[in-house]
Design a protein around this ligand. Structure first.
Ligand SMILES: [Zn+2]
Length: 300
């Protein structure tokens, strides 16, 4: 149990497109492309905009999509629902993460604008092109939305060998919103001009900063409140932090490479090693200060 049962949720921050976007014609967009397949692109920031069209977004509003949106409104009302169902846990975490950053980002000199999360199954159209469940969670700067296939949270356990647990899921959501904050601050745009692979690359630095921002949120998470003013989260336990660290390690580049090819090649890292990812989540969690997340200076 992580959420307070009686806190109420705001489902307007999540667009539910599960089951509403059947047959996207193939081609166009596979994040990460080629041989990487599912594992290369975990908790990704989609930098490239393929298939054009900036503001695509929530407009996939078929009648199915609308029905689905009503469904999530009815399904995900309270913290109790978030404790019971992964899709409602995304809603509750998005509420908490955005409430924290809406207060914090202005202190960094930038206005906070809210980012919606899109829940999908199978595949969906994003402002960065068509994404499939194999893509893994990602944030698309072109439409400023985060995308989650709820099935990924099972994959974390079954495919990546993480212990799982609700807080592992919350870490993944908070990581994607870390990319949204980077987008607002202009960090993401700067990093896109640097090296995209290697243990000290701009890509790895960007991903580790998103992990650090997830840790910063975790530090402040219990101060955030539901729509009815009740605290959204209960105090974090050691076990929950351990679950987040375990998930961060499970999606480390070295772990994934070891798992899929039996060897580790640092030069193709894009997200950082298990150790780096744990270290930067911990840095953010201990300090509670986004300014401690300077992954761009010195060696990481
Ligand atoms: Zn990422």
């Amino acid at each position: 149990v992580t959420f307070n049962d009686d806190a109420t949720l705001d489902t307007s921050q999540v667009s539910d497109q599960r089951g509403s976007f059947g047959g996207v014609p193939g081609g166009g967009f596979t994040v990460g492309g080629g041989g990487l397949g599912i594992v290369g692109v975990i908790i990704y920031l989609v930098v490239q905009t393929l298939g054009g069209g900036g503001g695509a977004s929530g407009g996939a509003g078929t009648s199915n999509g609308v029905v689905s949106q009503q469904q999530i409104q009815q399904e995900c009302r309270t913290g109790a629902d978030a404790n019971a169902k992964p899709e409602c846990r995304v809603v509750a975490t998005v509420n908490s993460v955005q409430q924290y950053w809406a207060g914090e980002v202005p202190k960094l000199g930038v206005r906070y604008s809210a980012a919606k999360s899109v829940l999908f199954t199978g595949q969906t159209q994003s402002g960065c092109g068509v994404a499939s469940a194999d893509t893994g969670p990602f944030y698309c700067p072109a439409d400023k939305q985060a995308y989650f296939d709820v099935g990924f949270f099972d994959d974390l356990r079954t495919k990546f060998g993480a212990q799982g647990g609700p807080f592992a899921q919350e870490y993944v959501v908070a990581h994607e919103y870390g990319h949204h904050v980077q987008d607002l601050l202009g960090t993401e745009e700067q990093a896109s001009r640097g090296d995209q692979q290697g243990p000290q690359s701009a890509s790895v630095r960007l991903e580790l900063q998103a992990d650090c921002y997830a840790g910063v949120w975790a530090n402040h998470a219990t101060q955030t409140t539901g729509a009815n003013g009740r605290p959204l989260l209960q105090p974090l336990s050691q076990q929950q932090i351990a679950d987040a660290l375990d998930a961060a390690a499970a999606v480390g580049d070295d772990r994934i490479q070891q798992e899929t090819s039996g060897r580790v090649n640092q030069e193709s890292w894009t997200h950082g090693s298990a150790q780096q990812r744990q270290q930067w989540f911990t840095t953010g969690y201990r300090s509670g200060d986004p300014r401690s997340c300077d992954t761009f200076s010195g060696s990481i």
